[in-house]
Design a protein around this ligand. Structure first.
Ligand SMILES: [Zn+2]
Ligand SMILES: [Zn+2]
Length: 257
């Protein structure tokens, strides 16, 4: 299994998951042009995408979808709430039900509810040939259910949105600060580290910090804090960004795209 995080952050999110000939796009929140450019740079033919899965309807997760589907009319899978929340819902979107696993070619996908100010947001646990990947961003808390579903994952792509102090003293207006820090906002580094402490196990290979705020966080800070939790575990660590792709491959990587 190979996961290529094409972009991650509040300006746009998209990732490609490949396994044994199956190719899925998780979110489509960058322009179609950017998406295609970044995929091609990694040797991924956009025509190979079998389906698009959406975490939720926020613009930074769907804004490139309409144009992408015009060029590559593939099935879209999203929760009913996500489809209802979209300004331009794709025709014939297939419903994902949180907690109900779907089989898509070589991959099994389990949508897991997240806690976010969207209609029916989810994260994903993807599995191929015994290898499990957790993909969770845009959640204000790591619920007990999330911890249970992410337990045993070999790769964890987990939101590290903000440093609490940087958010508190930073330039955002007070209501936005409150929204981000709320139970339906985004995870702080501290929260992600707390979750990670519960999720480290001997089979965990790699952790990727996701959806970093460019204003209220820094890759350096995230790396330092996650490394402290993972110290001595041998788990590899990377931080995804808005500007460049990052590739995580079973038994290798992570490497910049
Ligand atoms: Zn987002
Ligand atoms: Zn969101």
């Amino acid at each position: 299994m190979r996961i290529s995080v094409l972009a991650s952050g509040s300006n746009g999110n998209a990732a490609v998951v490949e396994a044994d000939g199956t190719c899925l796009l998780l979110d489509c929140g960058i322009s179609c042009r950017q998406l295609v450019t970044r995929m091609q740079a990694l040797g991924i033919d956009p025509g190979r995408i079998d389906a698009v899965l959406l975490t939720h309807e926020h613009d930074d997760h769907v804004k490139g979808l309409e144009v992408f589907l015009r060029r590559h009319p593939v099935p879209v899978l999203a929760t009913a709430g996500t489809v209802q929340g979209m300004a331009a819902p794709p025709a014939g979107a297939e419903a994902l039900t949180p907690g109900r696993e779907v089989r898509l070619g070589a991959l099994t996908v389990l949508p897991v509810p997240t806690s976010h100010d969207a209609r029916e947001p989810v994260g994903f646990v993807l599995e191929n040939d015994g290898y499990r990947v957790g993909y969770v961003t845009d959640t204000g808390v790591v619920t007990q259910l999330l911890v249970e579903r992410l337990a045993g994952c070999h790769a964890l792509l987990l939101e590290c949105n903000h440093d609490r102090d940087m958010l508190r003293v930073g330039p955002y207006p007070w209501p936005l600060k409150q929204r981000i820090a709320s139970r339906t906002g985004h995870l702080s580094n501290e929260q992600s580290c707390g979750a990670l402490e519960r999720l480290v196990h001997s089979g965990l290979e790699v952790v990727v910090g996701m959806h970093l705020s460019q204003t209220n966080n820094s890759p350096h800070l995230v790396t330092r804090e996650l490394a402290a939790v993972l110290s001595g575990s041998g788990v590899r660590l990377a931080v995804a960004s808005q500007q460049a792709a990052l590739v995580v491959e079973r038994g290798a990587g992570p490497v910049p795209g």
